[in-house]
Design a protein around this ligand. Structure first.
Ligand SMILES: NC(=O)c1ccc[n+]([C@@H]2O[C@H](COP(=O)([O-])OP(=O)(O)OC[C@H]3O[C@@H](n4cnc5c(N)ncnc54)[C@H](O)[C@@H]3O)[C@@H](O)[C@H]2O)c1
Length: 307
């Protein structure tokens, strides 16, 4: 019998990439999303069932899903600037609690869920799982509480992956919350110089979505319950991102630097990948540069280059 997965947030960026990959590997996949932020185009032609439901509305979707071997939980409010604490906590934490209870009752083998590097806030780099969370906003707080809820849940095996800065196909619907790589590529494709803060030396741990999908599958197969970084352990600064985008697009734009208007800004994010490597053999295979080539290169050309 085919393994069966429930993917929540499956019309979203990471969820749709997981759903398509599992499906191509022969899984029977149920895609669940309330379409509050996802995009139907991410699921166009999807061979599995698509359920339009709020993940917290278990009574509605439970009979429609039936059983599952695995849950890949990606549904969340992902706009990190949402200030409505009640809403953030209800969607990200309480719906997750209900999902875990359903997983326990229906004997799901493992729940792999999306946590975030936002749980670290501005803790010194490289950020490691052992440190006490220090989120700087309610989004990061909600992810930290999800981890506690998962840890305390009885009778269900749950693995949290703290994603760092994910980029890749199927993120366009996120608009200004899509990755910086995507934002800068849009500026350059429109024939404009990419705008970055002075002097482009801030860096991120950019992880390609194909690696994030791989981490999810491996975590399902091998990880013991717990929380793990989902990162590359490599720094890529914004000057290097612009250089890689120039390579991918065949352009030669110089960055347009401008003063950072924020009094608080994280100049660096970097995860330590050691725990995930040891626990379930996950190591990112894509550098930011190669990921950018795969994602933005190929058929995509800058404005004016078509002729
Ligand atoms: N993209 C990143 O860089 C990143 C970094 C850290 C963590 N994460 C986490 O990864 C997960 C996926 O994020 P993403 O980047 O794909 O964002 P996304 O917004 O594209 O995907 C989230 C999906 O969840 C759906 N959703 C929201 N609330 C729902 C609800 N109550 N019921 C059902 N569906 C609901 C949305 O419609 C959307 O399709 C999220 O949990 C996010 O917090 C993402």
């Amino acid at each position: 019998m085919k393994p069966r997965a429930l993917v929540t947030g499956a019309a979203g960026f990471v969820g749709s990439n997981i759903a398509w990959e599992l499906s191509s590997r022969g899984w029977d996949v149920v895609a669940l999303d309330d379409f509050s932020n996802g995009d139907f185009k991410n699921l166009q032609g999807f061979p599995g069932d698509v359920i339009a439901a709020d993940v917290g509305d278990v009574a509605y979707w439970s009979p429609r899903v039936g059983r599952a071997d695995a849950v890949f939980h990606q549904a969340a409010i992902t706009d990190t600037t949402v200030a409505d604490q009640r809403l953030m906590m209800r969607v990200n934490v309480e719906a997750f609690r209900d999902l875990l209870e359903w997983a326990r009752k229906t004997r799901v083998k493992k729940v792999v869920y999306a946590s975030s590097a936002a749980t670290y806030g501005d803790l010194p780099v490289p950020q490691r799982e052992g440190a006490a969370p220090k989120p700087l906003n309610v989004y990061g707080f909600s992810k930290a509480v999800m981890e506690t809820v998962a840890e305390k849940a009885k009778g269900v095996r749950a693995v949290g992956l703290r994603y760092f800065n994910v980029f890749g196909p199927r993120e366009a619907h996120k608009g200004k919350y899509a990755s910086m790589i995507w934002q800068l590529s849009l500026q350059m494709k429109a024939g404009k110089r990419p705008r970055i803060f002075e002097f482009g030396e801030q860096y991120r741990d950019h992880i390609y979505v194909k690696d994030v999908v791989d981490a999810n599958v491996r975590a399902f197969e091998k990880a013991a319950p717990g929380v793990y970084n989902c990162c590359t352990g490599r720094k890529t600064d914004f000057n290097a991102v612009v250089a890689a985008l120039n390579d991918a697009l065949g352009t030669s734009f110089a960055p347009e630097y401008f003063k950072n208007p924020y009094s608080f800004y994280q100049n660096e994010t970097l995860g330590d990948p050691a725990k995930a490597r040891k626990a379930f053999g996950f190591a990112a295979r894509w550098t930011a540069e190669r990921g950018i080539q795969d994602y933005i290169g190929g058929s995509r050309k800058p404005a004016g280059a078509e002729a």
